[in-house]
Ligand binder design. Structure first.
Ligand SMILES: [Zn+2]
Length: 293
């Protein structure tokens, strides 16, 4: 499952092809994605212009001149490919290999910019949905989401208040999309490692009884923002270098500090620890028991 930094690099890669451009023609080869595309999907898009391409958690949101918002989600295996006048690219840096088989190009956007944008998804867990902009606040996909981790609303005070009295683990709290939106397994492990906090620690211990943030909350928020920003930067630079056009393993994998490093020596300077893997809520957690307390 692509995580937030990957989705953000996809957004930045699609922006030049789509923003300010009109949908000249839309082809739907398979409408049975995670949920069926509406029968009038292509018709509603054609002729409208993309005013802006934004992101909320792991959803891409194309704001259209028609008053609709096109919501797109990559699912497990979805990817976009851009065929331009000059070159082809696959925006975004992916941890897992993406398919390039044309049989899986389910939706094709022919943009007035001359770019052809294809949505490829072998497993079809990805999704697209058109909603009225005026109804966006009521949209079930987005309604329950907490603040964006890179936004100003996400700070130590907010996180501490959300974790106040919570008996669940810190890791479970950070994966809870109502507390903070868009964080997934990899970057939660990375952030906890950077903050030197144990993933098993009770969530409530980053706050006082009244919900005021302590030093741990501040460290954790800083770490979350840092790991996400670092990953977006790495994805962005790989995008510029065109290293990702073959859809191979992205750069992110090599930048992980703790994720997927079971049995390796801890990278924290001076720490004698070894990275351990445990399972929490059915998901692998990688952490250093020596320096993460
Ligand atoms: Zn360590």
């Amino acid at each position: 499952m692509p995580e937030l930094p990957e989705v953000e690099t996809v957004r930045r890669g699609l922006e030049p092809a789509m923003e300010g451009a009109r949908f000249a023609k839309v082809e739907v080869h398979r409408g049975d994605l995670r949920w069926p595309l509406p029968a009038d999907f292509a018709k509603r898009l054609e002729g409208s212009t993309v005013i802006g391409l934004g992101r909320r958690a792991k959803y891409l949101l194309a704001d259209l001149s028609s008053g609709d918002v096109l919501i797109m989600h990559l699912g497990m295996s979805g990817s976009f490919h851009v065929f331009g006048q000059e070159r082809q690219s696959t925006p975004g840096a992916y941890y897992h290999e993406r398919s390039k088989h044309v049989a899986h190009d389910h939706v094709v956007f022919h943009m007035s910019s001359g770019a052809i944008v294809t949505f490829n998804d072998p497993r079809r867990f990805g999704s697209m949905k058109l909603v009225k902009r005026a109804k966006l606040d009521d949209e079930p996909l987005l309604r329950g989401l907490g603040p964006e981790p890179l936004g100003n609303a996400f700070d130590a005070a907010m996180l501490a208040l959300a974790c106040k009295g919570k008996k669940t683990s810190l890791k479970a709290a950070l994966l809870d999309q109502r507390i903070v939106a868009g964080l997934g397994n990899i970057y939660v492990c990375e952030a906890l490692y950077l903050a030197r906090l144990s993933p098993k620690r009770r969530a409530s211990t980053i706050a006082s009884k009244s919900g005021a943030p302590n030093e741990r909350a501040a460290r954790l928020v800083d770490s979350i923002k840092r790991v996400l920003n670092d990953a977006i930067k790495a994805g962005g630079s790989s995008l510029r270098d065109h290293k990702l056009t073959d859809g191979g393993l992205g750069m992110f994998q090599h930048n992980f500090r703790v994720y997927d490093r079971e049995g390796e020596k801890c990278r924290t300077p001076g720490c004698p620890g070894t990275v351990k893997r445990i399972v929490q809520n059915g998901r692998s957690t990688f952490y250093c028991p020596s320096c993460q307390k």
